[in-house]
Ligand binder design. Structure first.
Ligand code: ACO
Length: 428
């Protein structure tokens, strides 16, 4: 017997179905509520609203669990590769050897971008934020591959769009960086793995040799795995909602990049490092900055703390904290900012304000420290986050299309003026 929930309103009782997920989460399906009762539900920031059912990622914020397609994030981060995880997220299962080779081979062979991209990049002032440039370059893929605009094309056509964006986004990211610093771009190589190719394009200087350090390439690969999906967060919901109007994969991902950019979401990784640097320059007084974060008259927030769904700990932050120690150790980097970060975490974990509000370090708190140790410039941090999140966006877009989900269109409660009469300009 399926479960139901009852809503009593204005003396009448309305019975609504309760949906149960495979991890036993429960949801009241309110799809018919308005038709039955005239009521809608209101939930600012969708804090308690499920927008879809999904088979891709499960997370339990209270227990700090994160799984992609049923595999724990800890195991994937330790044993898998980013490309394997991308395949898992997008196609539902881990690939066998043949499937992995074909997928990886297709990505290697599609890394080149049209030579006109150099001219497009040349139109951006060098002070442009790389996230804005990246989202523009991704949208412009629709101009080079107009067939990608048709959301009803064959599965092979969709797969080609998927491979193209996975292959070309690292090229866009590296070229954006090179343009920003005024250096000539490096062409992609089909011989290198995903992360080594990216590092090569970003850091090879004209006339100089560049050897990719495997410690750096492996650490980057792990970071990308940890960022690869996170169910219905701000940017992923943006991707799904953009795609729900039958927008193409490229325009949907571009919308996701813009949503990720904000400092409350992916942009937090830049802000964390800026804040830690400010604390260091200010003499390292963590308490002073904690007090600022707690002061309701001060807009300052301690970036890298707090999460919409993790109210206990962020499992990704645990893995990253350990990875940060390993990487800094292996590279022989002694970053004073890491000590400030650890001090801040210690104080926050015991502070009443932070404990009461369940504010713990999130994935972005330590990722910036690793990126810095790997030599990635601060304003490229969020671009790397976008590269990591790309398979998740693709998987969620594909699932939404395959489920034939309706266009996303929330309702509202109108609270504005009613029935005003137009007053001519000279009488106002
Ligand atoms: N510093 C100080 N106070 C905070 C912080 C913070 N980082 N985060 C939340 N709070 C306080 C709020 O002021 C609020 O206090 P109140 O109840 O006294 O009004 C309470 O904690 C709850 O905060 P909300 O903003 O309502 O929580 P919400 O779930 O809407 O926001 C968010 C989550 C956006 C992540 C928030 O914690 C935040 O701004 N953190 C800093 C930015 C950050 O690190 N973002 C990255 C998130 S991870 C990611 O996107 C990959």
């Amino acid at each position: 017997m399926s479960e139901t929930a009852k809503i009593i309103y204005d003396g009448k009782e309305y019975e609504l179905p309760v949906i149960t997920g495979t991890e036993n989460e429960k949801a009241i399906d309110i799809g018919s509520l308005r038709q039955m009762s005239g009521l809608i539900t209101l939930d600012y920031g969708y804090k308690n609203t499920g927008a879809t059912s999904s088979k891709i990622t499960f997370l339990d914020g209270e227990k700090g669990i994160l799984k992609y397609r049923g595999y724990g994030i800890e195991e994937l981060a330790e044993k898998s590769s980013f490309i394997e995880v991308a395949y898992l997220l997008i196609f539902g299962d881990l690939p066998n050897q043949d499937q992995l080779e074909r997928f990886e081979g297709a990505i290697r062979n599609n890394r080149m971008v049209h030579e006109d991209y150099k001219r497009i990049l040349g139109g951006f002032p060098s002070r442009s934020h790389p996230m804005g440039v990246l989202s523009s370059l991704v949208t412009s893929l629709t101009a080079f591959f107009p067939e990608s605009l048709d959301p009803n094309r064959s599965p092979e056509g969709v797969n080609l769009s998927i491979v193209r964006i996975l292959a070309k986004m690292p090229t866009f990211a590296a070229w954006t960086y090179k343009h920003k610093i005024g250096h000539p771009v490096n062409y992609p190589s089909s011989k290198e793995d995903y992360c080594s190719n990216l590092l090569h394009m970003m850091f090879k200087q004209p006339g100089a040799d560049y050897e990719v350090d495997p410690v750096i390439a492996n650490a980057l690969d792990k970071l990308l795995i940890l960022h690869a999906d996170h169910e219905q967060n701000c940017s992923t919901s943006t991707v799904r909602i953009t795609g729900s109007s039958h927008g193409s994969l490229y325009t949907s991902v571009s919308a996701g990049i813009n949503a990720l950019w904000g400092p409350l979401h992916g942009g937090a990784n830049m802000e964390v490092i800026n804040t830690l640097e400010n604390i260091r320059e200010d003499g390292g007084d963590t308490k002073k900055w904690m007090d600022k974060a707690k002061d309701k008259d001060d807009p300052f927030r301690l970036m890298g703390f707090g999460h919409r769904v993790y109210k206990n700990f962020d499992p990704r932050a645990r893995i990253i904290k350990k990875a940060a120690d390993d990487v800094l150790d292996k590279l022989g980097v002694n970053d004073p900012v890491l000590d400030i970060a650890k001090g801040l975490e210690r104080v926050a974990l015991e502070d009443e304000y932070f404990v009461e509000r369940k504010l713990y370090p999130n994935v972005d708190f330590y990722s910036g420290i690793i990126y810095r140790a790997l030599g990635i410039p601060v304003d490229m941090f969020t671009v790397l986050f976008a590269l990591g999140r790309l398979p998740g966006w693709i998987a969620q877009w594909k699932e939404m299309r395959e489920n034939k989900e309706p266009i996303g269109r929330p309702r509202q409660v109108y609270t504005g003026e009613t029935n005003r009469t137009y007053v001519p300009l000279n009488q106002r």
